[in-house]
Ligand binder design. Structure first.
Ligand SMILES: Nc1nc2c(ncn2[C@@H]2O[C@@H]3COP(=O)(O)O[C@H]4[C@@H](O)[C@H](n5cnc6c(=O)[nH]c(N)nc65)O[C@@H]4COP(=O)(O)O[C@H]3[C@H]2O)c(=O)[nH]1
Length: 685
């Protein structure tokens, strides 16, 4: 013990007592009998005398915070201190100014010279209490945040056992807190993801954070995809916030489905066809077995679509897809490329005859009538087939070759199946080159018109001319329409080309009319695509106006089959042309499938007997019957008759004798350019 604490009177304890910063008291007989300066200062009384000889409860509010009477409680506390030697508790005191403060009170009973006194120390705990309250508040705020969070929050220990789950987590998973706490993360996750989850957990422990997609399993076994954002907390536990991403996953799956499927039919689309075909080819290569690619296109679908309307056209495509699906095996691939084109990959085919049989079966199945909107609809397909490995080893070549074969099927009268052959490839290449050259020819205006006279059978004067297009290629060779009109039609180039022809024919007619050939009629061939074009009426009207020509001086030649593709729409358009005064002629009459009832409905002025009937009219009695019957029929319907391909005077006389009105053919002139036609007109007009 240090000397200065023991004063000369041996009163070192008094000094110690006085020096204590905490209010310190001596209690004897349940009264304060001594206190130090800190006590006086703390309570704010003027002197020590104001405090001493009072019961401890006097320096307190009447009740303690727990509601107990201060006097009774003080008695109890002191009794406990006497009994146990030491007693510690919290006590609310009141200062002189009436304010209260909470202190931790320690009472120690001391036996001194035969008496028992209590040594009492107060420690102000206002600040500690405040901190406790703040801590409680912040804890409850934190709990509120966790419970109110939209995401499921799960906290685990470092071993991955759940310690806490918020309401959202319990709701999502269907567990009660008791069922969840203590379980391992692996208990409620997908087994197939366990190794990834363990790796992720390790990463979280090492790096302090983790972001991972995984599936949580609900109490009833449902797997819910979640995005986990986890971090390590200061106390070593792991905090994980799990966002339910079911909607996002469903949207992703939907986008993925749409990216790989045709929305109308649900079949694979072009992109996934390529992927699947390549996989199938890899397997076929590995296992050295053949594979067939079938390209199927519906015949005259566009016309059906235009007639029935697009909704019915869609319904028809869905029906076609369903019939195809039903006729294939699971291992086969079926895709729609768009429009009316379907691709079938027969991955387990053994030979060509079997493939042909399957394709024939498809022709039969798809050829059965469809019931759309209460209407019976007929449609047929054309199918082209290419084989791996003989026709190509990669998907691109096989598709191209199946396409060539399909075109071949179309050219063979549609509704049939064709296999690819190398000649077809050559043909397809030529077609592609021709299409390219045609495009350039249109840009460089390399087309010109030749004219062939049409002669009145009785007067033998020229009453009209037919404009026939010629293509002068870069080598200045003349290419005949038979070589390019079909390709122009298939590529759509016939539309600009057809407009050039109508414009040039009207321009030339204007010149001839100005020269005095005012009764001359100009005949121009119209293609199927032109007749379907929405722009046709406006274009013809504008061109007639531009060249100041009356509609009655123009004749448009169409074929029966062009009208038969879509009679309703065509007949309406033809009526509009007729209303403009334009003459309409049915070209190549007799070669297509003639429908007299439709012919009666057509607003036409004349029929042109095809030259194939005229050729043998002298020798073939059938042809003569056809010609004379056509003339009679036409006259019956009030139509004029033009005979094409008249090459001999005998043909001329025979036809004229049977009442044919107009004759056209090499006998009078081959098609010639405008200058040569000038000369012909001068002679015979
Ligand atoms: N053997 C023989 N043939 C004769 C005789 N008289 C005329 N011809 C040929 O018969 C074709 C008559 O034209 P088309 O039937 O309309 O048949 C035309 C027509 O369908 C089409 N075409 C020609 N020009 C055009 C055009 O500007 N637009 C459209 N869309 N098609 C056209 O090309 C087809 C062929 O035209 P071209 O080669 O000019 O062939 C012409 C003509 O040269 C004859 O006495 N004997």
């Amino acid at each position: 013990m240090s000397d200065h604490l023991v004063d000369s009177d041996g009163n070192w304890f008094k000094q110690l007592f006085e020096a204590s910063p905490d209010p310190t008291w001596i209690i004897e007989g349940n009264r304060f009998v001594e206190c130090n300066a800190a006590a006086v200062r703390f309570l704010g009384y003027p002197s020590r005398d104001d405090l001493l000889n009072s019961h401890p409860s006097r320096l307190s509010p009447p009740q303690q915070p727990d509601g107990e009477d201060s006097f009774a409680k003080a008695e109890r506390m002191m009794a406990l201190a006497m009994e146990n030697g030491l007693h510690r508790f919290e006590w609310m005191h009141r200062k002189m100014d009436g304010s209260d403060f909470l202190a931790e009170v320690t009472l120690s009973s001391i036996h001194h010279q035969g008496r028992t006194i209590i040594y009492c120390v107060w420690r102000d705990i206002t600040e500690r209490k405040l901190t406790e309250v703040l801590l409680q508040k912040s804890e409850s705020r934190l709990k509120g945040i966790l419970e109110g969070a939209a995401d499921a929050i799960l906290i685990t220990n470092r071993q991955g056992c759940y310690q806490y789950a918020n309401q959202q987590a319990l709701r999502l998973l269907g567990y009660s807190p008791q069922e969840l706490v203590g379980r391992s993360i692996l208990d409620i996750t997908l087994e197939s993801e366990h190794s990834a989850i363990q790796l992720g957990f390790q990463e979280l422990l090492e790096s302090g954070e983790l972001r991972q997609e995984l599936h949580l399993i609900t109490v009833d076994g449902q797997a819910i995809p979640v995005e986990l954002n986890a971090c390590l907390l200061a106390d070593g536990s792991c905090f994980g916030s799990c966002r339910d991403i079911r909607e996002r996953k469903a949207a992703e799956a939907n986008i993925n489905y749409m990216a790989h499927h045709d929305t109308l039919t649900g079949l694979l689309n072009r992109r996934s066809l390529t992927e699947r075909l390549e996989q199938a080819l890899a397997t076929a290569k590995r296992e050295s077995h053949p594979l067939a690619v079938l390209l199927l296109d519906l015949d005259r679908f566009k016309a059906t679509n235009d007639t029935l309307g697009h909704a019915a056209g869609d319904a028809l495509l869905i029906d076609v897809a369903d019939r195809l699906k039903a006729s294939l095996r699971n291992s086969d691939i079926l895709a729609r490329l768009g429009g009316d084109e379907f691709v079938i990959v027969l991955a387990e085919i053994d030979d060509a005859p079997n493939t042909a049989r399957m394709a024939e079966k498809m022709l039969t199945t798809l050829g059965q009538p469809y019931l759309i909107d209460g209407h019976q609809v007929h449609i047929t397909p054309s199918i082209g087939i290419a084989f791996f490995p003989i026709d190509g080893e990669d998907s691109g070549t096989l598709m191209r070759h199946a396409d060539s074969a399909m075109y071949h099927a179309k050219s063979q009268g549609r509704n049939n199946v064709q296999f690819f052959s190398p000649e077809l490839d050559l043909f397809a290449m030529r077609r592609m080159r021709m299409e390219h050259d045609l495009r350039e020819a249109l840009a460089s205006r390399s087309f010109e018109l030749h004219y062939q006279p049409q002669v009145d059978a009785r007067s033998r004067t020229i009453v009209g001319v037919e404009a026939l297009v010629r293509w002068r290629n870069s080598a200045r060779e003349t290419i005949m329409p038979g070589e390019f009109i079909e390709i122009a039609e298939q590529s759509g180039l016939i539309l600009p080309l057809g407009e050039c022809v109508i414009d040039e024919a009207c321009r030339q007619l204007r010149i001839w009319r100005d020269q005095g050939y005012t009764a001359l009629r100009m005949a121009v061939n119209l293609s199927a695509l032109q007749l379907r074009s929405a722009n046709l009426l406006d274009f013809v009207a504008a061109t007639l106006l531009k060249h100041e020509i009356g509609g009655e001086h123009l004749e448009l030649e169409i074929t029966e089959s062009m009208v038969m593709d879509n009679p309703g729409a065509c007949i309406a358009k033809l009526r509009a042309l007729r209303d403009m005064g334009i003459h309409l002629a049915i070209d190549d009459f007799g070669t297509g499938y003639s429908s007299l009832s439709n012919l009666r409905l057509m607003p036409i002025h004349s029929l042109k007997i095809d030259r194939s009937f005229v050729r043998n009219i002298e020798s073939d009695s059938d042809d003569l019957v056809i010609c004379t019957a056509t003339i009679a029929l036409a006259h019956n319907l009030g139509l004029k008759v033009v005979a094409e391909g008249v090459e001999t005077s005998a043909q001329r006389d025979l036809l004229a004798g049977h009442g044919c009105d107009v004759l056209q053919g090499y006998l009078f002139s081959k098609p010639v350019d405008a200058a040569a036609m000038d000369a012909l007109l001068a002679v015979s007009y």
